[in-house]
Design a protein around this ligand. Sequence first.
Ligand code: MN9
Ligand code: PYR
Length: 307
Amino acid sequence: MSISVKKITGLVAATFTPLTAEGEINLSVIGPYIEYLVEKQDVKSVFINGTTGEGCSLTVDERKQLAAAWCQHGKGKLEQVIVHVGCLSIKDSQELARHAASIGADGIAVVSPSYFIPINADALKSFIKEVSAFAPELPMYYYHIPSMTGVAFDAADVLNGIEQVIPSFQGVKYTGTDLRDLGQCVHYCQARGWSVLFGVDEQLLGAFVLGADGAVGSTYNYFGRVVNQLLAAFDNGNHMQARALQFKSMEMITFAKNLGFDVAVNKQVMSEVSGLAMGPPRLPLLPCPLSKAQAIAQKIKDFSQGH
Ligand SMILES: CC(=O)N[C@H](C=O)[C@@H](O)[C@H](O)[C@H](O)CO
Ligand SMILES: CC(=O)C(=O)O
C-alpha cells in the first residue's frame, strides 16, 4: 500500500491547549491562534495534543474536539495539522487515530506508553502498528521523548524495519540529545523519503547540520519568526548568522529554565507574548507567579526586536 504524503519541513508549533479560567477547553481561541501563528510567527504547521498541549492530561473527547477545531480552522491556512494520539490505553489511542483520519488530519504521531513501558523496540513497534491500523491511510510518526516516557532504547532501533510492519510510517519526532541516534534516524529516514523532526529547540542547529527536515517545539509558538531566520541563514550557508540566532534561542530558553520553565510557565509566557488567553494548565501544578512569565516574555520580545 502506498499513501500520498507531503514531507514535513520547517518549523512546526507544538501548540498549547487553551483552557477557560474554569479549566474547560476553550475552542474559541483556536481560530485566532492560527492567525497569530501564520501572521506573526510565519509558522504554518502544528503538532497538537502533544507534551506542550498537555494531551495526556485531557480526556479522549476533549482531544477529539480540539483536533476537529484545529483541522476545521486550519483548512486553507495551515500546511499540516499533526495530531498526537498517544495514551496509556491503546484503545484510546486507536480511537483517536480513527477520529484523526475522519476529520482530515494530515498525520498522526504517537509516544510510547509510559506506565507499562515496552521492554524493547519490537514491543514498541507492535504498539505503533496496532494504533496505525485504525488510520492506515494517515502518515504515522513515532514521537521519541525518552525523558518523559522512560523508553530505554534508541529511536533508530524502532525505525529499523518498521516499514515492513507499518506501511504508513513516515518518520520520527526526535526529542532527545543523542546525536548519534539522531544521525542514524536521519540516515534511515532519508533513504525512504521520511521526515525527521527535531524537538529540542535550544539545539536545533545541530540537528539541521545532521540533516533533520524540520522541528517541532513549544518555543516556535512565540519565537518562530526568529528561528525561521536561523533556518534561512543555515540554508544560505551563513553559519555564523545561524549560530548567532541559535545562541539567542539558547539564552532565552536557559533564562526561562533558570526561572523554572514547566508547561504552566510556558503556557503563561505564550499568553503574555501573543495576547491570546491560554488559561491555566489542566493539572494543578505549582502556582506560577505572573512575574516569572512576564520576565521571560520580556526577554522574548527584546530578542525578537528587529526580526
Ligand atoms: C520536553 C518538551 O516539552 N520539549 C519540547 C518539545 O519536544 C520543547 O519544545 C521544549 O519545550 C523546548 O525545547 C524548551 O526546552
Ligand atoms: C514539543 C513537542 O513536540 C510537544 O510539545 O509535544
